[in-house]
Design a protein around this ligand. Structure first.
Ligand SMILES: Cc1ncc(COP(=O)(O)O)c(C=O)c1O
Length: 426
């Protein structure tokens, strides 16, 4: 996840609870409103929040901070093969062959990677993008008019508000509910669907709850989307990071044909290579709808042609050789998740919520004080950075979110300090 604490007021950049009540335009309060030169899409709260400010103060004082929110795999002490990027330097990259959906060999490599996971999708239904974030933006352009709505899960990834807002689309929350494990509130999705709803986003496994979409949920959502003419967007960037092996889960939104659906993935999470800027989407659904979607999407992609040639050429070898990085990340998150569970087991005040997959863990902590004040204490007194649940729009307090990526020595040291601080505060 990217910098959710870099900006934003009390609610970070999440704030989906506010969705619908669009923030007032910065100039709206003036008696004679002066038309702003800037788009109202950017009327996000740009002030640094208290956590960002505290972090900056520690940085200025050169106090080292253990970052338990680190989700950049290139900073997690993984052993990337030294020659992994050699394929980017070949002479073939000197030729520019602009293709809206990307070079066919690269699209075939993505289709092959889906096959490796037991998912069939023809390469003609694969489109390359520069990232998953960009894929969202391309899909919002394909599916939505300004002011249309997309249903997004809460708690979830805080960037949705920005991704949707920048395309003049309104994110509307639907709930994931926790009863010992997380479940999609399918009835809530039905109720939240309006004439302006264009798509339902599912994140599987979700960031930060780690919950996979279950078969029955996919069937219900596919039926609903099919009936109401909505698209299903499946963010599957963490799909391969399974923490509970024998869990019945869906592999992909591609496992249904009732609704027009897009499966999103990419190198950023799939191989721990966010800097290469290559993602993809694969399309399924009723054939005629897929054909129409691809025709239109081709125009959108052709307008930007945003994926660099060398990384497309390198993709087949990256998907093969990079698997070693994925294995390391898988081992790392599983190891850290286990260590967290063991550390928390000795502390009745801290509960680790069940996580089925992904790179994050959620701690339930006593709500004796606000999440904000707890994370500030943890930062200022223990020099450990964790995220408060409200950044992800948890419906109530108090939750903390930690990344499972950090190096084990850093992770263990930081977790024990967080737990000690929670015990001291409880
Ligand atoms: C659930 C989820 N989807 C998408 C992304 C963005 O991926 P990309 O780096 O490909 O834009 C993130 C980043 O943290 C994420 O957590």
């Amino acid at each position: 996840m990217r910098r959710p604490i870099a900006r934003g007021g009390r609610r970070g950049v999440g704030g989906l609870a506010l969705a619908g009540a669009a923030p007032p335009h910065p100039r709206a309060k003036l008696r004679y409103p002066v038309p702003s030169v800037f788009s109202s899409r950017l009327s996000f709260d740009l002030r640094p929040n208290r956590l960002t400010a505290a972090l900056a103060r520690l940085g200025e004082a050169r106090v080292p901070v253990d970052d338990l929110t680190e989700s950049n795999p290139t900073r997690a002490g993984l052993a990337y093969p030294a020659r992994l990027l050699d394929a980017l330097g070949g002479r073939a990259g000197l030729e520019y062959d602009p293709q809206p959906f990307g070079l066919m060999a690269a699209r075939e490599a993505v289709a092959g990677d889906y096959r490796r996971r037991g998912i069939q999708v023809p390469r003609e239904r694969v489109a390359l993008t520069a990232s998953t974030s960009e894929a969202y933006s391309l899909l919002f352009k394909l599916l939505c008019d300004p002011g249309d709505e997309v249903l997004v899960p809460v708690p979830s990834y805080p960037l949705f508000e920005h991704l949707a807002g920048l395309d003049a689309v309104a994110p509307r929350p639907y709930r994931l509910e926790y009863h010992g494990s997380w479940a999609v509130d399918v009835d809530g999705i039905r109720r939240a669907t309006t004439d302006r709803t264009r798509a339902v986003v599912v994140v599987s496994p979700n960031n930060p709850t780690g919950s996979y979409l279950k078969r029955a949920e996919l069937d219900a959502l596919a039926a609903h989307c099919g009936e109401r003419g909505l698209a299903l967007i499946g963010d599957e960037v963490f799909a391969e990071y399974v923490l509970e092996a024998d869990l019945p889960r869906t592999a992909s939104v591609l496992g249904q044909r009732q609704a027009l659906a897009f499966s999103l993935g990419g190198l950023s999470k799939g191989l721990g290579l966010p800097q290469l800027k290559l993602g993809w989407m694969a399309v399924t659904g009723p054939d005629d709808l897929v054909r129409q979607a691809l025709e239109r999407l081709e125009l959108v992609c052709d307008t930007y042609l945003s994926v660099a040639t060398p990384v497309q050429i390198a993709l087949p070898s990256l998907l093969g050789d990079g698997a070693i990085v994925r294995t390391q990340i898988r081992e790392r998150v599983a190891r850290n998740h286990q260590a967290l569970a063991e550390a928390a087991a000795g502390c009745p005040a801290v509960g680790v919520l069940r996580a089925e997959g992904g790179w994050h863990a959620v701690l339930r902590v006593p709500a004796m004080q606000s999440e904000e004040s707890l994370v500030l204490q943890i930062l200022e007194k223990e020099h450990v950075l964790v995220h408060p649940g409200y950044f992800y729009d948890f419906p109530s307090e108090a939750f903390l979110v930690v990344s499972l990526l950090p190096r084990p020595d850093v992770f263990d040291r930081a977790v024990s300090r967080v737990i000690a601080r929670i015990e001291a505060a409880a």
